[in-house]
Design a protein around this ligand. Structure first.
Ligand code: ZN
Length: 477
């Protein structure tokens, strides 16, 4: 068996000999970074607590919908683990969040022209109103693919199905999700404006299965609030087919639906924060985070239990290898990403007032794309800093980290964009091909997170945090 130390030496020798850096780091920096990165990966792969932390979060606490008791339990747990993993200061940043319950009934059927009763797999979209008085509503079905199709259609009394699939041609599944999201986010408003009494939305996933995938939706103040539910992809396809056949014969498909979800008002919860004070630049802050809240029909294992335990593990591992941060590292478990992003917005408000007081965010990183094998990072920030991160590619190549793209780095850290000078925002990019199979569904559970893939993600977060700490220029420079 080869020792970790000799592996480090061998690795440095191998990578060193093959490297040439016209514009990259100096040989000395490259060698030092390579050794440190190897230490981080060794520590995580040998001693990680990420998988066990995720088990606790998913199995002992469970889902963590904002405003719920379990979200509060998760906050208390997060504070304990941050302390245990080496934060020298921990606190809760209070955030007012919505409280909503799915209830116990989400039932829908289609009645086909031949009298056949087709049971549909639905679940309420987050924040939806119930059907009036929790009773069954009924209406002829109208199927459309785009919101603006309703501009010229009269949907009075109908139940509308938005049935546009995520674009299979986009390799970035997050982009495919974003391209189909309008149906879920704004479908209820568009359908209600056209006179509909209820709305079904094809689940946002490439998977063809009978699982409804929930997610946030919104109402508009001057538009009537109609109940909105996610429909499984298998049902959405079958229902559309039945609808098309019925229309050819001038017949009607009728949909019945009933839901008893309820708005429970507002509750105070908060972002859970642990800090590790910087040794030479304590007034410069680098944040790493994930969101603690989750949807309520699974366990929020990938979304975003993985980001939570990546964050905790990065702290633990950097402590364990004896790292001394230059900047103050802030580990943040955000609340309410899923249905309002109030945690992320509140955090940015605090960062703005800290800015006034001379505390500067130089970078923020987020893990909120699942616990799958990491491929690299996505960045949003000044060109020079993006170029600097790209120059680290040779040191990250041995870990199969090849992707250094630009784009939205994450919902929770997004509001930090308004700070001036702008901090570099970085998002972990795990392989996303299977993420939406599980996303916001009953299958987003601990058993579906692979231990080693989860640990590689944690090691990548810890590595990026360390490199950002060491290499990013100070804002005043
Ligand atoms: Zn998420």
């Amino acid at each position: 068996m080869i020792s970790a130390k000799s592996l480090v030496v061998a690795l440095v020798a191998v990578v060193f000999c093959g490297a040439s850096f016209a514009q990259g780091p100096t040989d000395t920096t490259f060698a030092r970074d390579s050794v440190q990165i190897r230490q981080v990966f060794d520590e995580v792969l040998m001693h990680a607590q990420a998988h066990e932390n995720l088990r606790h979060l998913c199995k002992e606490i469970g889902h963590r919908l904002s405003g719920s008791k379990s979200a509060q339990q998760a906050m208390d747990w997060g504070l304990d683990v941050l302390r245990d993993h080496g934060a020298d200061t921990t606190y809760i940043m209070p955030v007012e969040v919505p409280s909503w319950t799915r209830g116990s009934v989400a039932d829908a059927h289609a009645i086909l022209p031949n009298g056949q009763d087709m049971a549909l797999h639905i679940t309420a979209l987050g924040g939806s109103d119930p059907t009036p008085a929790g009773e069954t509503i009924e209406g002829p079905l109208l199927v459309v693919r785009h919101l603006d199709a309703l501009d010229t259609l009269d949907a009075t009394g109908h139940i509308v199905l938005f049935n546009r699939a995520m674009d299979p041609l986009l390799i970035n599944t997050g982009a495919a999700y974003g391209g189909a999201y309008d149906q879920r986010g704004n479908g209820a408003v568009a359908a209600a404006k056209a006179g509909a009494v209820g709305v079904l939305v094809r689940s946002l996933t490439h998977a063809l299965d009978t699982l409804p995938h929930t997610g946030s939706m919104r109402y508009a103040e001057d538009v009537s609030r109609i109940p909105a539910a996610a429909l499984s992809t298998v049902d959405a396809s079958a229902l559309s087919k039945a609808y098309a056949q019925a229309r050819e014969r001038d017949q009607t498909v009728v949909v019945r639906m009933r839901m008893d979800c309820a708005d429970l008002g507002k509750v105070m919860q908060g972002n859970v924060i642990g800090e590790w004070r910087g040794s030479t630049h304590p007034n410069e802050i680098i944040t790493l985070g994930g969101h603690l809240d989750s949807w309520d029909i699974g366990e929020g294992a990938h979304d975003d239990g993985s980001g939570v335990v990546h964050t905790l593990e990065a702290l633990r591992a950097l402590r364990a290898i004896g790292y001394t941060p230059h900047r103050t590292l802030r580990f943040v478990l955000f609340i309410n990403e899923e249905n309002g992003n109030r945690g992320g917005k509140k955090y940015a408000e605090m960062a703005a007032s800290e800015h006034e007081a001379g505390l500067r965010h130089v970078a923020a990183m987020e893990s909120d794309a699942g616990g799958f094998v990491p491929r690299g990072v996505r960045m949003d920030g000044p060109d020079l800093q993006v170029a600097m991160v790209r120059s680290w590619a040779p040191t990250l190549e041995p870990y199969n980290l090849h992707y250094f793209g630009r784009g939205g780095a994450g919902v929770d850290i997004g509001p930090l964009k308004t700070l001036e000078p702008r901090p570099l925002l970085v998002g972990l990019v795990p392989d996303g091909q299977r993420y939406f199979d599980l996303h916001h569904s009953s299958q987003d559970v601990w058993e579906n997170v692979h231990k080693r893939e989860l640990e590689l993600g944690a090691a990548t977060c810890a590595t990026m945090l360390m490199l950002l700490d060491q290499h990013l220029p100070s804002p005043s420079n």
